[in-house]
Design a protein around this ligand. Structure first.
Ligand code: GYE
Length: 310
């Protein structure tokens, strides 16, 4: 069979860089923005073919997806790992197949860091520290520094680096201030529904909660509903500090329901593409790359919202 159009099309397809993305799931607004960032970056006109897998927050599904990518002999594997541990075997398989693995968003805790090429994401420990720092500033500014504050913590998916880092930063900050008292902490799995459920149980067990730390905005949205349901005012009777700073968190800050949201930037598609382009050119890449992030609150939410990309 002589050449013709099909072959030309197949030739063009061959030139594309094939990227398999093992995504965590679709648990939050942050995650949706992250997926969108990859889907809009890794398109044919930029020279890519993206194979996207949603693991529904289960590590087992991600391991399966990575094995599929290896079988399909993709050019790069990108993983936003659900949890930090348990990756050695499957990453060794990718290494044996000669496929570079790039981590994005959450981290992996592996004994041999040659198992992945690079990582880009947020500094979760710093985010946690920034959240407590905001609370310290707030109580000083509002003459509350001499009062005891009862705090509850809605944690993310246990064992995910976003949870591990934020929890560590928050707990250290609570420990450092003798007026801050942690009543309880529990996971809300980074979802609005679970955040609401856990907050309902906190409110039943502790009638005197002053502050909620929610390790993402969506759990804070759930907590807000739970707080309203017991006749209290979120943002006034109970201070709410959350993480991500997605659009809806800005709306809630403008409404006075969330007091502060610590930014976590999900737009990693172009950052990962830049890493891949460097690797394609044979250049060295930074092993670890933190994205610079800010803290927003009710005092600047209205002014900042129009500039937000997610
Ligand atoms: O904060 C949360 C999402 O890993 C940083 O995952 C990410 C977190 C983000 O579900 O909303």
């Amino acid at each position: 069979f002589a050449g013709g159009q099909d072959e030309a099309a197949a030739g063009a397809e061959d030139d594309l860089i094939v990227v398999g993305y093992a995504q965590v799931g679709a648990e939050s607004d942050w995650r949706t923005a992250n997926t969108e960032s990859f889907k809009s970056t890794f398109v044919e006109e930029n020279g890519y073919r993206l194979i996207f897998d949603d693991a529904q927050q289960k590590q087992q599904n991600q391991i399966k997806a990575i094995r599929n990518f290896i079988q399909q002999d993709v050019d790069y594997i990108v993983v936003a790992p659900v949890v930090e541990t348990g990756w050695e075997t499957v990453l060794s398989e990718a290494k044996a197949a000669g496929i570079p693995v790039i981590l994005s968003d959450r981290m992996m805790d592996v004994s041999d860091d040659s198992l992945y090429t690079a990582w880009v994401g947020g500094n979760f420990l710093k985010e946690g520290q920034d959240g407590v720092k905001w609370l310290n500033d707030y109580v000083k500014k509002n003459g509350l520094a001499s009062q005891e504050l009862n705090i509850v913590l809605l944690q993310g998916t246990i064992g995910s680096s976003a949870q591990v880092g934020r929890t560590q930063g928050i707990l250290a900050g609570i420990d450092a201030n003798p007026k801050f008292k942690l009543l309880a902490k529990q996971t809300g799995e980074f979802t609005q529904a679970k955040g609401q459920e856990v907050m309902e149980s906190f409110l039943k067990a502790y009638p005197d909660i002053d502050v909620v730390f929610a390790e993402n905005d969506n759990m804070a949205f759930g907590a807000i509903d739970a707080i309203k349901a017991v006749g209290k005012q979120p943002g006034k009777d109970i201070i709410i500090i959350s993480f991500d700073a997605v659009h809806e968190a800005f709306n809630r800050m403008i409404a006075g329901e969330i007091n502060c949201s610590v930014e976590c930037n999900p737009l990693h598609g172009p950052r990962v593409a830049e890493i891949i382009q460097k690797l394609e050119r044979g250049e060295k890449v930074d092993k670890i790359q933190y994205v610079v992030e800010e803290v927003f609150d009710t005092s600047n939410a209205k002014e900042i919202l129009p500039t937000r990309m997610y």
